[in-house]
Design a protein around this ligand. Structure first.
Ligand code: C2E
Ligand code: MG
Ligand code: MG
Length: 577
């Protein structure tokens, strides 16, 4: 628990006297310079070579570095260049050189030195120059501190943060990189202030600032935007996985390591995340969207993180209207299920159907699920809607079985909230019992997001459903986090590769490569692969060639109302003969 920051621990003091780092391999020169500068109001940190100098700069953030040009190991020029490349552009470097030739002087300036002193050193000149540079740096830093720093935490304030975010975005755009913006808002901060007083509140904020800074890389920006809100910029992230592990780490650290006294674990945070460029390509949009996500995290019960999703921004009026008409539609039974066959592409046999919701709107006609499911998920209506779907699909399945349609399975799409807000396992047990069906006639489809959120312990529920004999399919694979790392903990049997990747194959080289990669991954994990959205024979042949076993798509049939599906099934039986 070395990371624990006690709120009443004041040991870490900010260095008040400016530091000068002095790097020279000759101890006698170091001694002389130290002697000459002794009377000045700053501390001297000695380094015997370039590596030591870099370490000292990292540690002390000096007001000046004096670098001997010729040292064993890396020389002064290289050291200077590395310092500048490593983000210490604001630390002035003065070269000490015996090489009083034009080339060396030129080189010193080239690598970013502001000045140079020639050997043999004229001590009075040295003293004068050092004093004036340090004074300038100290003055500049003071101004910066006042204008751009938050006085309580010494972190960048909102102003400096805005500037850093702009720069980070520019850099990301240039390198075609991603970055994550995390807004971290303390939970129950008001409670600390109210019950322990403002002084404790201030200490809490300071502790959080320290923890955040320590938990991230030097290059990342941590800022305090005000109150109990912090912002973090992480550049060069490699997909959502990276952002997830950072957010996860921060939320764990904040929950476990900030204490008000020795016994009490006190605080936690809600984190909203927006990713550049997906969630916005300018600072304003990214901030707005991270903020929206943060509020959603608060709503979802705090102490958690939440990625921004576009549907969070649907305007409030539209939302309310849609929500009301959806509730009405539930009462008036305007929802129907269409069924799309799933095919074993090697045996050319139907193995089951996927249940897909449709809204038969009296005025607007048929509304597709993508236009209402996200909101239903948001407002919780997905729970009764999902229950209705499971019950209706089960009854239909029973009917088909009694009519002699063999080998029918039905696959049900599930949303995360259905795991959190209801007892799914009990519902499936009840429905299976009621209709006298076999659990193995059911499959559930979940997305990676559901696994990652793991709300209401998705893992435990899936394990029970799987043990009952149900098939677990991972839907829309490739569109979310595309990380199979999560899979090994979950009882997944089938991976459904999203139709976006099947689209355009085999002509689209990019999509073909993605499909190939996913086929390879699933083969390694001994999972069955189902390709969605197969529309033509060329796609089918390619997928077959890659060892994909199952398929779904307009090539065979779109999703059909129950009676039409029955016709499709029977016709096919005849045609296969
Ligand atoms: P999904 O589960 O990935 O379903 C596949 C979607 O692809 C369906 O769209 C289907 O009609 C469409 N599709 C299938 N084959 C082809 C093809 O060859 N070409 C093209 N262009 N499209 C094809 P649909 O029915 O609009 O469903 C969209 C999404 O809505 C579903 O994606 C699923 O995530 C969600 N959804 C549908 N019903 C439910 C439900 O009962 N509960 C939940 N939670 N989500 C549902
Ligand atoms: Mg599906
Ligand atoms: Mg899908």
């Amino acid at each position: 628990m070395s990371n624990v920051v006690s709120l009443f621990d004041d040991t870490e003091k900010y260095e008040e006297r400016p530091v000068v780092v002095l790097a020279d391999d000759d101890p006698s020169i170091r001694l002389m310079i130290r002697h000459v500068l002794e009377s000045e109001d700053f501390d001297i940190v000695e380094a015997a070579d370039g590596i030591e100098a870099i370490k000292a700069v990292e540690k002390h953030h000096p007001a000046l570095v004096l670098l001997d040009a010729v040292m064993p190991g890396i020389d002064g020029f290289t050291t200077c260049k590395q310092l500048k490349d490593n983000g210490h552009k604001d630390v002035p470097v003065m070269m000490i050189t015996g090489l009083d030739d034009d080339v060396s002087v030129e080189r010193a300036y080239d690598v970013g030195a502001i000045d140079f002193i020639t050997k043999p050193i004229k001590w009075a000149v040295l003293k004068h120059r050092v004093r004036s540079v340090v004074a300038a740096v100290v003055a500049e830093r003071k101004v910066q501190l006042l204008a751009y720093r938050d006085t309580l935490t010494n972190l960048p304030n909102r102003l400096l943060f805005a500037d850093r975010l702009e720069h980070s975005i520019e850099r990301a755009a240039r390198h075609r990189d991603s970055l994550a913006l995390l807004l971290v808002d303390m939970d129950d901060f008001k409670l600390v202030n109210d019950s322990f007083g403002h002084e404790a509140g201030d200490k809490l904020i300071q502790a959080v600032g320290k923890l955040l800074s320590r938990s991230l890389r030097r290059a990342d920006t941590v800022a305090r935007l005000g109150g109990d809100e912090f912002a973090v910029i992480v550049e060069g992230i490699d997909g959502y996985d990276d952002a997830i592990s950072i957010a996860d780490n921060l939320s764990t650290i904040l929950e476990h390591n900030v204490r008000l006294d020795d016994q009490e674990t006190f605080t936690g945070a809600s984190i909203g995340i927006a990713i550049y460029p997906e969630d916005g390509d300018d600072a304003r949009t990214l901030l707005k969207n991270a903020d929206t996500a943060m509020f959603r995290a608060k709503e979802n019960g705090r102490h958690c993180f939440q990625f921004y999703k576009p549907e969070m921004s649907v305007n409030a009026m539209e939302r309310l209207e849609l929500e009301n008409s959806m509730r009405k539609a539930m009462e008036e039974e305007q929802f129907v299920i269409h069924y799309q066959p799933t095919i074993d592409i090697h045996k050319n046999e139907i193995i089951g159907v996927e249940a897909l919701l449709r809204w038969e709107h009296p005025e607007k006609g048929i509304i597709k699920p993508n236009d209402f499911i996200p909101l239903a998920e948001d407002c919780g209506l997905i729970v009764p809607m999902g229950e209705w779907t499971i019950r209706t699909a089960a009854k239909q399945l029973k009917l088909w079985q009694s009519e002699g349609l063999e080998n029918q399975n039905v696959s049900i799409n599930l949303s995360p909230r259905q795991f959190r807000d209801m007892d799914l396992v009990a519902l499936f047990k009840e429905v299976i019992h009621e209709n006298d069906l076999d659990a193995s006639s059911f499959a559930v489809e979940i997305t990676e997001g559901t696994l990652i959120d793991n709300m209401g312990d998705v893992e435990a529920s899936l394990n029970i459903l799987s043990n009952m004999g149900m098939t677990i399919a991972l839907d829309d694979f490739g569109t979310g986090f595309a990380s199979l790392a999560y899979l090994k903990d979950f009882p997944v049997n089938i991976v459904k590769i999203d139709r976006r990747f099947v689209e355009g194959t085999p002509d689209s080289r990019e999509n073909t490569a993605i499909v190939e990669a996913i086929a390879g991954l699933t083969r390694g994990l001994k999972l069955r692969l189902l390709a969605e959205g197969i529309e033509n024979d060329r796609q089918l042949q390619m997928l077959k060639g890659l060892g994909c076993q199952l398929g779904q798509g307009f090539y065979w049939s779109k999703a059909l109302p129950a009676d039409q599906y029955e016709q499709f099934y029977l016709n096919r039986q005849y045609s296969i003969g």
